[in-house]
Design a protein around this ligand. Structure first.
Ligand SMILES: Nc1ncnc2c1ncn2[C@@H]1O[C@H](COP(=O)(O)OP(=O)(O)OP(=O)(O)O)[C@@H](O)[C@H]1O
Length: 354
């Protein structure tokens, strides 16, 4: 397939995301996104493709449209094609909405994310990296879970052997059992969903970690202490009860996605969330090519005729999944919090372990 690499629309620890544009001018062809990384660092992206291919189609899961390789700026890149989410990610949406969302919107997003998680879990997989940046939004109101680079089979332990641990996901949303026992069952996604709901509602991460404070102490708090993330008291009783079912330290007692879908907090229909103030202003002032001018998304990358690959203007970012030898939760926490063991990148209260 020939295609043109368009503007960069996202950066992640495993790659750069660009628009995929038609070769010749404006076209009624649908837009795609392409996630690219150097071939030597493509384990995560290839895992993402494999998982998306295996779990199949669901309205709340981003669709994979194929893959290919290109040579750009002398380097060989692996490219994963995805349907393009024209409204960006939910973290940005929260910011655009003034820093937090109304409870009615939080309920709707929670319901749709749960539907996606229920589908992923029923197909035997765990996402392992649920956070607002990985929830993508569409102009037609669709909400889809993306970034399956860290996804794994339910119950699969991190690493090649039990003594090795891979820290997958964002530490602030990491479940206690992942810190303590390197466990990544479907319950970890429910814990992370709870953290994401707190963040949607308050605009702040569920665990308050300030740069310069003690990361080991936070990991001990999450993994070993009895302390739970703070449940916003201004949330409705239903919302507080829902979060109480997500924030159960014992993963066996935590509610499943299936159970939570019956919770009154997420009852209701999936009607489209109203535009934020900023979006409404933007809609009325800025002329832009409307998504309606494009036809439906293609089912695979090869449905794009007459496209040509050009050099990327964006540099690829990549990293390998870290792994450490561990012997106990304390050992694991010490290694997680130790600068020598990992590169903790702190940005806007988020920590990414590379
Ligand atoms: N299909 C898409 N359509 C529109 N934007 C996208 C798409 N995929 C990714 N993005 C944007 O790029 C950002 C990074 O993408 P993604 O999280 O998939 O990359 P990653 O390298 O796996 O990141 P992470 O550091 O979370 O592992 C997203 O938060 C989103 O803003």
């Amino acid at each position: 397939m020939e295609w043109v690499r368009g503007d960069t629309i996202g950066f992640g620890s495993f790659g750069t995301v660009n628009l995929v544009l038609p070769k010749t001018g404006f076209s009624k062809s649908p837009l795609m996104a392409v996630k690219s990384c150097e071939i030597t660092d493509s384990v995560s992206l290839k895992n993402e493709k494999e998982v998306l291919d295996r779990i199949g189609s669901c309205p709340q899961i981003i669709r994979c449209l194929g893959d290919d390789y290109t040579v750009e700026k002398g380097g060989k890149l692996y490219n994963l094609f995805l349907e393009y989410a024209d409204k960006g990610n939910l973290a940005d949406q929260v910011k655009k909405s003034g820093g937090n969302l109304m409870e009615s919107d939080v309920r709707r997003y929670a319901r749709l994310i749960l539907k996606g998680l229920s589908f992923v879990h029923s197909n035997g997989f765990v996402h392992c990296d649920i956070k607002l940046q990985n929830i993508l939004l569409f102009g037609n109101g669709d909400v889809k879970i993306a970034d399956f680079g860290l996804a794994k089979r339910n119950g699969e332990k991190g690493g090649e052997e039990q003594r090795r641990v891979e820290i997958r996901g964002t530490p602030l949303n990491i479940a206690p059992e992942s810190i303590n026992e390197n466990v990544y069952d479907s319950a970890v996604d429910i814990w992370a969903l709870g953290c994401a709901i707190v963040e949607m509602f308050t605009g702040k991460p569920a665990w308050n970690f300030k740069p310069g404070t003690n990361l080991a102490a936070l990991l001990i708090k999450i993994g070993v202490s009895d302390e739970l993330p703070g449940i916003p008291q201004v949330l409705s009783e239903e919302g507080q009860d829902f979060l109480g079912k997500c924030f159960v330290k014992d993963p066996k007692k935590r509610w499943t996605a299936e159970m939570l879908l019956d919770h009154p907090f997420v009852a209701g229909d999936d009607e489209f969330v109203s535009l934020t103030r900023c979006e409404a202003e933007e809609e009325s002032t800025s002329p832009r090519c409307s998504f309606e001018e494009f036809s439906a998304s293609p089912r695979c990358a090869f449905e794009f005729p007459d496209w040509v690959s050009t050099q990327s203007t964006a540099s690829s970012q990549s990293s390998s999944v870290p792994s450490f030898s561990i012997s106990s939760p304390w050992d694991r926490i010490r290694k997680l919090a130790c600068d020598e063991a990992a590169d903790w990148t702190i940005s806007e209260s988020w920590i990414t372990l590379r």
